[in-house]
Design a protein around this ligand. Structure first.
Ligand code: G2I
Length: 454
């Protein structure tokens, strides 16, 4: 696209300039190019682990799709495989999103963790509002499991067969299933799932079972007894919806005690929520929390998978569920990796040159362009770091010339442009951004330059 002069290439250059953007990262205390770092899925594989993320099928394009496909070795449908999603009306099935996620995973060499078959939540109204005998309920459940597991037979690495069966005190949750079928709904569901796909690993999954406590001990006792009875149970899922600074000190010990029962363990829904707005201290603590959880999984051979419940802050259940809390995932809402991302990478044995204190990035874009002129802008955004003054520099490769700037003082010498903050916008707070604009001239081509922040 550089220095092109034919009409077609000129049009292409203009199009590219309008669409493309480039970013330079500066990190507090150092610099790095995160794009060159080894993807998390490769780091995890080298440790004998799989790292995964929950996903929404409709979002699997653009940057979201690129990151989901390149950084993660397994995908969990966040909602698409739940009963209300797949059978909204009795006997009427909708597999569209689930199929899409499975196809995406196959195209990207990823595993799929099926989620979830038996749960107290997100069941269709026709099921929860119905009045069923125990026998009818059992048949409905068996049919549901046979149909869904059968549909994806051979394509699902692991199923969260039973989700959230316990109360906090370790008693059984008195939901539709327990009330209608008794505690053996769990053994029956596992048995039906095994019959429908003998190759899939079958899990029981719950929250607040990460540390050793009454709830996790009830789960431990259940898994032990299922094993003793010969019921098919292959794994335990620890959801790990954590609060900042509250990784249980007994996490690794708890993972190990399940492993010692002869089952796999997965961290299935990891996120770490914090009070908003996120500041650099919180983001550093969050990085430490992600690192501790990842390290605990790495330390136990049978901890086979670590999945984050959404990889970007724009795709998390937390913000709407806990008003005032959020920023729970490893990427910010603009898909920039946060300190937590680098912390996971480091716990998986990766070396990153970015300190876990965050970074600021500059993004150049062409806002509009006409025959010989254009308007450009640069957005400087910080996450986990902050600036009290800034300077953005770039080199034009196709003879462009800045003629006028606003919200910055810009000078151009030859092809080199230097822009510094105005008196009123030198501060870029952690989690904030500053934008400045300029007009310029171009001819032949207007490629987007790389901006350096310093
Ligand atoms: O609640 C967090 C997770 C706890 N463990 C089991 C997971 O399956 C659960 O996931 C969340 C989804 O991430 C949310 O996306 O489950 C929520 C429901 O309990 C999901 O939220 C629901 C909203 O409540 C609905 O309003 C919405 O229609 O997502 C639905 C689909 O976007």
């Amino acid at each position: 696209m550089r220095s092109s002069s034919t009409p077609l290439r000129t049009r292409l250059a203009a199009l590219c300039a309008g669409l493309a953007a480039t970013a330079a990262l500066i990190a507090a205390g150092g610099s790095s190019a995160h794009a060159a770092d080894t993807p998390l899925r490769d780091l995890a594989a080298a440790k004998g682990k799989v790292i995964g993320t929950a996903v929404t099928g409709s979002k699997l394009t653009g940057t979201y799709g690129d990151l989901a496909g390149s950084q993660f070795g397994s995908l969990t449908p966040g909602n698409a495989m739940k009963w209300e999603s797949v059978e909204p009306s009795r006997g009427t099935f909708n597999w569209t999103e689930a199929d899409q996620i499975v196809a995406f995973a196959q195209a990207h060499g990823q595993q799929v963790r099926g989620h979830t078959l038996v749960w107290h939540n997100q069941n269709p109204g026709w099921l929860t509002n119905g009045s069923w005998t125990s026998a009818q309920l059992g048949t409905l459940l068996q049919d549901h499991i046979s149909t869904e597991v059968g549909r994806y037979k051979g394509k699902i690495a692991a199923w969260d067969v039973v989700n959230e069966p316990f109360n906090e005190d370790g008693t059984y949750r008195t939901d539709l299933w327990y009330n209608g079928l008794g505690a053996d709904y769990i053994a029956d569901a596992l048995t039906w799932a095994r019959a429908a796909d003998p190759a899939a690993k079958l899990y029981i999954n719950d929250y607040n079972v990460e540390g050793v406590n009454a709830k996790s001990t009830a789960l431990y006792t259940l898994v032990k007894s299922l094993k003793e009875r010969g019921v098919p149970i292959d794994g335990v899922g620890l959801q790990a919806h954590l609060i900042l600074g509250q990784v249980p000190s007994t996490l690794q010990q708890n993972i190990q005690r399940f492993a010692d029962l002869g089952v796999d363990v997965a961290i299935t829904e990891l996120d770490v929520r914090m009070a908003l707005p996120a500041d650099s201290a919180e983001l550093a603590q969050q990085a430490a929390d992600y690192k501790a959880v990842t390290a605990a999984c790495v330390a136990v051979t049978r901890c086979v998978n670590l999945t984050v419940w959404g990889f970007a802050d724009s795709d998390s259940w937390v913000d709407s569920t806990f008003p005032g809390y959020g920023a729970a995932t490893p990427y910010d809402a603009n898909y920039a990796p946060k300190p937590a991302y680098y912390a996971i990478a480091e716990a998986l044995g990766g070396t990153t040159t970015t300190p876990p204190t965050g970074a600021c990035s500059a993004t150049y874009s062409v806002v509009s362009q006409w025959n010989t002129g254009f308007t450009g802008q640069v957005r400087i955004a910080c996450s986990g770091a902050a600036l009290s003054s800034w300077k953005a520099t770039w080199t034009y490769g196709a003879g462009q010339q800045v003629t006028q700037a606003w919200n910055a003082a810009c000078t151009q010498s030859g092809t080199a442009v230097t822009c510094t903050n105005a008196s009123y916008n030198g501060t870029v707070p952690d989690g904030g951004s500053v934008t400045f604009g300029f007009n310029g001239t171009w001819s032949g081509g207007n490629p987007v330059p790389s901006v350096t922040l310093g």
